[in-house]
Design a protein around this ligand. Sequence first.
Ligand code: SF4
Ligand code: SF4
Length: 200
Amino acid sequence: MLGEGIIKGLAETAKNFFGSYVSKERLTTVQYPEERIAPIEATRDFPFLVYDGDDWEAGLRCTSCQICEKECPPKCIYIEKSKDKKPDFTGRPQFYPARFDIDISVCMSCQICVEVCPFESIKMDTEFELATTDRFGGLLLDRKQLAKSNAHYHKIHPTEATLVDAHLAEEKAKADAKTKATADAAKAKAAAAAAAGEGA
Ligand code: SF4
Ligand code: SF4
């Protein structure tokens, strides 16, 4: 029949249009802010800095390498490296950021900072209720405001955070094995030197 396809298409459109008024699971909007839809795991808005343990400052994974600062397309990351060092997750002394600010009014949520970070230190958050009347100070987040626990990371991106934990555990095991091998070699060398001394 002539026009059958058009009629079928219109019928389908009408079914979906009116159906969305009566079928809750087909509604694409909710009565925000009274009602909220939980963000899906791939949701991302602005970056945060991951810390391990209970102390945000001591536990920051960031080593202040400044790669993210250099690679950020709109240049909205500002880092100042510390003068001293603190142990990283493997116990190795590392610099840390004395200052780490992100201007989220400029950030375009591209995630490049996350992709280039070699230390799993910066990840994308899902927090979006950040409106403020202070256009400048209110949107320039410092390291304390950016610091969020690994537990938070697991809550918002469980699959990704589990893979990151496994990767860090593997790196730590490698670092521990290397430290042990170096200590064993030094001990063997000292024992050989002592034996040679006794033989002379
Ligand atoms: S998400 Fe993109 S724009 Fe935002 S801080 Fe990271 S690199 Fe910069
Ligand atoms: S967040 Fe990552 S890439 Fe950026 S300075 Fe810290 S360790 Fe380096």
